[in-house]
Design a protein around this ligand. Structure first.
Ligand SMILES: NC(=O)C1=CN([C@@H]2O[C@H](COP(=O)(O)OP(=O)(O)OC[C@H]3O[C@@H](n4cnc5c(N)ncnc54)[C@H](OP(=O)(O)O)[C@@H]3O)[C@@H](O)[C@H]2O)C=CC1
Ligand SMILES: O=C(O)CCCC(=O)O
Length: 491
């Protein structure tokens, strides 16, 4: 698949600072590759500390006017951005598939999902409200008002290059913040195309700034923003180690943080579950984006009395999944993002087998004639709880099945992890449903449901999966602070 779009101006290969498309300060670039065959599809600026600083300068200069722009007007501009994104969904979806690898239908689905956050926050902007507080002392008037925090640094991952940008930028802009953003090395093109449409929608120069950076240069860009006292917040989605590093390093300037980090989601199938529905839910949840999603089930616990039936049903479905590049329109599982990701997945499978797990289907790399990034959808049975597959986020199309016998036992197993993003369970017993939903230590619980993300709902984790909530009526809170105004008597 080549980099051709029906609207070629969506292919942007420069940084966007202060309303201008510019190269990096030092003139360096890095290549963007199609993970399907490793061919280079474009090159973009490899930004420096100075580029990041200029982006922050631009965002700071634009902040005062943007903050004072009526929220209704900010909402209207977001609505125009939303309309443009929706009207270019075919091109944008294709761009995602090209640089990220997901099947075309998923690429386009991600654009609709991204747009839903822009629309949601366009509608939330005019609803920003404060409170009039009943005073405790005569002659006073007390108010709590909400203000934008200031310049926000947005750092996004490669797995949802459109949705993550939209889910962070839309609430920031709605709240009245200005933004500096750095997309992942693997997937800058989708972000740049979205920003081009934001520019076309009329979002003023300086309100959004984007710099690209390779894995080598990213720390310098991040460092510029971490040290910069004008950057008041960081919104990050990515791995837990990088999230912790950002938390440590932003302590010096006490920035507000939203961290949406790794997960290790349990998926529990009780003996009273509808097994067909559970298989359906697991397929939809686990294999979305080839398993490269932070809320994907990572470990599947099945009650021993239904284990074999469930394993057969699941294996049948997984064996039928078609693996291939987005250019093959019937592909359901695309390439993994890069060879590092493939190595991690294969290492996890080998470790599980060495610890007694049995491969029911898959277990190997496939389509090696096209490229090295394809992993066969895999199911393993009787995986030991100390296997890496159960301990760490695998981020690939691999399902480890583990047996359990009792409710308390499985809740203990599910919670026995430092992570706490999503958890899922299937049961037909209403008392158990509320008991288990209460007991799971996660920010998100899917109850007889595998696909939980939505712009209307709060998305985020607890424990080492991070903090902050994205989407929903709570999503603006991360980008605002509360100011208390106390007026004494005039006379
Ligand atoms: N919560 C989630 O949705 C995600 C979880 N992950 C997990 O992390 C694993 C590794 O994936 P990986 O892509 O390496 O994740 P990273 O956390 O390294 O990357 C996510 C984002 O953070 C940036 N980044 C990397 N290092 C720094 C730094 N020192 N300071 C500031 N930003 C930084 C990356 O830039 P650059 O690309 O230039 O390195 C990218 O934009 C995956 O296998 C998965 O388990 C990964 C992605 C998303
Ligand atoms: O962090 C991720 O993996 C992206 C979020 C996926 C989702 O919104 O479901």
């Amino acid at each position: 698949m080549s980099l051709t779009l029906s609207r070629s101006s969506l292919i942007r290969t420069e940084n966007f600072i202060a309303g201008h498309w510019v190269g990096s300060d030092g003139g360096s670039t890095f290549g963007v590759h199609n993970p399907a065959d490793l061919r280079q599809i474009a090159s973009v600026p490899d930004s420096t500390h100075d580029d990041a600083w200029q982006a922050a300068d631009s965002a700071q200069s634009a902040f005062k006017a943007w903050k004072s722009t009526p929220a209704k007007r900010r909402g209207q501009l977001l609505k125009q951005w939303h309309a443009l994104v929706m009207s270019h969904q075919d091109d944008l979806g294709r761009l995602i598939s090209l640089e990220q690898g997901k099947p075309l239908a998923e690429g386009r689905g991600e654009i609709q999902y991204a747009a839903s956050y822009i629309e949601w926050f366009a509608e939330e902007a005019p609803r920003i409200e404060g409170d009039l507080i009943e005073p405790s002392v005569d002659g006073r008037r007390m108010l709590a008002v909400r203000e934008p925090v200031g310049v926000v640094a947005v750092v996004t991952p490669w797995n949802f290059p459109a949705a993550m940008i939209a889910r962070k930028m839309a609430p920031a802009l709605a709240a009245g913040c200005t933004v500096v953003a750095k997309p992942a090395e693997d997937t800058p093109l989708t972000s740049l195309a979205l920003i081009h449409l934001a520019e076309e929608a009329g979002i003023p120069a300086g309100v959004i700034n984007v710099v690209c950076a390779s894995r080598e240069c990213t720390p310098a860009v991040a460092d510029a923003w971490l040290r910069d006292t004008r950057v008041r917040k960081i919104s990050f989605t990515g791995s837990t180690p990088v999230g912790k590093q950002l938390a440590r390093e932003s302590a010096a300037t006490l920035k507000k943080l939203s961290l949406e980090l790794g997960g290790n989601a349990p998926f529990i199938v009780f003996d009273d579950a509808d097994l067909d529905a559970a298989v359906e839910g697991l397929m939809a949840s686990k294999f979305r984006n080839g398993g490269q999603t932070c809320v994907c089930p990572n470990r599947v616990y099945v009650h021993e009395t239904v284990f074999n039936t469930f394993a057969y049903k699941l294996t049948d479905r997984v064996a039928a999944l078609r693996v291939g590049p987005a250019s093959e329109t019937d592909s359901q599982i695309g390439p993994m993002i890069n060879t590092r990701a493939v190595e991690k997945i294969m290492k996890h499978i080998d470790d599980a087998v060495a610890k007694g797990g049995k491969i029911l289907v898959g277990g190997q790399q496939v389509r090696t004639d096209i490229g090295p990034n394809y992993v066969a959808p895999t199911v393993l049975a009787d995986v030991s709880s100390d296997a890496q597959l159960c301990q760490e986020e695998t981020f690939g199309p691999v399902v480890p099945l583990c047996r359990f016998t009792g409710e308390e036992e499985v809740i203990g197993m599910a919670n026995n992890t430092p992570y706490g993003l999503a958890g899922y369970f299937y049961s037909g017993n209403i008392s158990r449903i509320w008991r288990v939903a209460d007991a799971l230590e996660t920010g998100i619980v899917g109850i007889n449901e595998g696909v939980v993300a939505s712009e209307v709902a709060p998305f985020g984790g607890i424990k080492e999966s991070g903090y902050g909530r994205e989407g929903s009526k709570y999503g603006l809170d991360d980008y605002m602070h509360i100011k208390y105004l106390c007026q004494g008597s005039l006379g």
